[in-house]
Design a protein around this ligand. Structure first.
Ligand SMILES: [Zn+2]
Length: 492
């Protein structure tokens, strides 16, 4: 089957303020031009959304009601009228990017962004999960359009209970494919991992054993490259797989470590309903799984996770270093203050450091690194000037042609070169804008931590170590300890 494309053209928030940037007609022209050179077949379908709506949508159905072009586009996609949607950049779809992309994928339609191009894959082999790089680009672009969280949260708080009572979940879990406006369908490939995990857990296998098995058998994990015990536990305890939908009404709190907002569940206000989707296991099995998980937690003496677990590496030999600390009887918490981190090489003698020695060193290094991020200059080079100049030149050229200074052939020849230079400059502007907002986002988080440094330090010492490590991992990848002691932090 050939690639048959349609074009989506909308005004993005950034561009609306600067109307000379990339107009709708220019977007469409660029889309067609690029598609032609790729040899894609045009369907002549163009979906043009001229105005920027200030509304943010929680679900596609609301959006479709207000944006007729969106509904038309999705209907056409469903009816197989095209199999590639060309957009100028992912920002054009903003908050709707993820649901739209997933819905399109379910209809066998791929997304192609002119500004962040990832080549589409042959239509015969396309399935919602084959295009990893596409979803990565999509994920990155989405970070940009994530703003006004509180507004979205407000909408969720209002819209979700209704949606749940209608039998639709707030989030479709691993193993299901979301379908716009309708119950999700079972993903024949990904659901296998869930069923295997359920059977293994009921068979008494540990979460770690389940993870190793799923990794070894090559089952794709919901997030990242590997399966983690927490992920599996989340699946096993999720009542969605037993055919129910639920929404935990929650309180929104600010996480001082990351600056992110967290939804603190208030289970007493939970709303349950019979789902409209097909279950992967029975309600009875679900209750068995939940009982099994809570039994295991009770039997568990001393948590394996501690602050910095999985992050510490030996500067001598590169091996993982782990905590050796007394476990308090009857208390699940291991007190790291009394412990030492050790590299196990050479009969435990390769490298040792006490927590009391390591902790202030890590804090010092972290603060230094964050201060460096803060002072990082946002890319100062600006190609905007080039673009404005090029557009001016093209306008002058057109005026000159209209004033009969050029013959048509001459005019078209010069214009062709200008067009392609403009296209390139526009690509640069789009990339730079993307890079800038990503950096701004990073600096915002860093500033937040630096401003609340004492709270941050305190939360590192008192909060759940697993949550702390998750936050730390979003900032750094490794803490390398050399005898001396010397501590070095590694970032992405
Ligand atoms: Zn070592």
């Amino acid at each position: 089957m050939n690639i048959k494309y349609a074009v989506w053209s909308a005004v993005s928030k950034d561009h609306q303020a600067k109307p000379d940037k990339v107009s709708l007609s220019e977007q469409i022209a660029i889309a067609h031009k690029r598609s032609m050179t790729k040899g894609w077949e045009s369907t002549d379908l163009e979906y043009i959304v001229p105005g920027e709506s200030r509304t943010r949508y929680v679900n596609l159905r609301d959006a479709e009601n207000e944006i007729p072009q969106l509904k038309q586009m999705l209907d056409d996609a469903q009816n197989g009228k095209f199999n590639l949607l060309v957009v100028f950049d992912y920002n054009r779809l903003r908050d709707l990017l993820d649901p739209v992309a997933k819905t399109l994928a379910a209809y066998g339609v791929q997304l192609y962004s002119l500004s962040q191009p990832v080549e589409p894959i042959p239509t015969e082999t396309f399935s919602p999960y084959t295009s990893d790089s596409e979803s990565i680009m999509r994920g990155m672009a989405q970070i940009l359009s994530r703003a006004q969280i509180s507004d979205i949260q407000r909408k969720i708080a209002y819209a979700m209970p209704k949606r749940i009572l209608g039998g639709l979940p707030h989030m479709v879990p691993h193993g299901y494919i979301p379908v716009q406006g309708r119950p999700a369908i079972i993903d024949p490939v990904r659901s296998q991992a869930c069923i295997i995990a359920k059977d293994m857990a009921l068979d008494g296998k540990s979460l770690r054993q389940i993870c190793s098995y799923l990794d070894a058998e090559g089952h794709p994990a919901p997030k990242g490259k590997r399966w983690y015990p927490q992920t599996v536990q989340g699946i096993l305890e999720n009542i969605y797989y037993a055919g129910q939908v639920t929404w935990l009404n929650g309180q929104i709190t600010n996480d001082p470590r990351t600056g992110k907002r967290k939804l603190k569940p208030t289970p007493d206000r939970a709303i349950h309903a019979e789902g409209k989707h097909q279950a992967l296991w029975t309600l009875e099995e679900h209750h068995q799984l939940v009982a099994e998980m809570s039994k295991r937690e009770k039997n568990y003496i001393g948590k394996r996770a501690y602050l910095f677990s999985g992050l510490l590496f030996c500067g001598n030999c590169g091996a993982n270093m782990s905590l050796h600390a007394p476990r308090l009887p009857g208390n699940q918490y291991v007190s790291p203050e009394l412990g030492r981190y050790r590299c196990r090489k050479n009969g435990n003698s390769c490298n040792v450091i006490a927590h009391t020695e390591l902790f202030p060193l890590v804090l010092e290094r972290l603060r230094t690194a964050l201060l460096e991020v803060e002072s990082e200059k946002i890319n100062a080079i600006s190609p905007d000037g080039d673009l404005t100049e090029l557009i001016d030149r093209r306008n002058r050229l057109t005026e000159a042609y209209l004033a009969k200074a050029y013959k048509l052939a001459e005019y078209l020849e010069i214009k062709k070169d200008l067009d392609s230079a403009i296209e390139q400059a526009e690509g640069k502007v789009a990339n730079l804008e993307y890079e800038r907002s990503r950096q701004a986002e990073k600096i915002k988080h860093v500033n937040f931590i630096l401003k609340n440094w004492d709270d941050f330090v305190e939360s590192l010492q008192t909060d759940n170590p697993q949550a702390n490590n998750q936050a730390l991992r979003s900032i750094l990848t490794r803490i390398i300890i050399s005898p001396g002691p010397d501590v070095r932090l590694e970032f992405d």
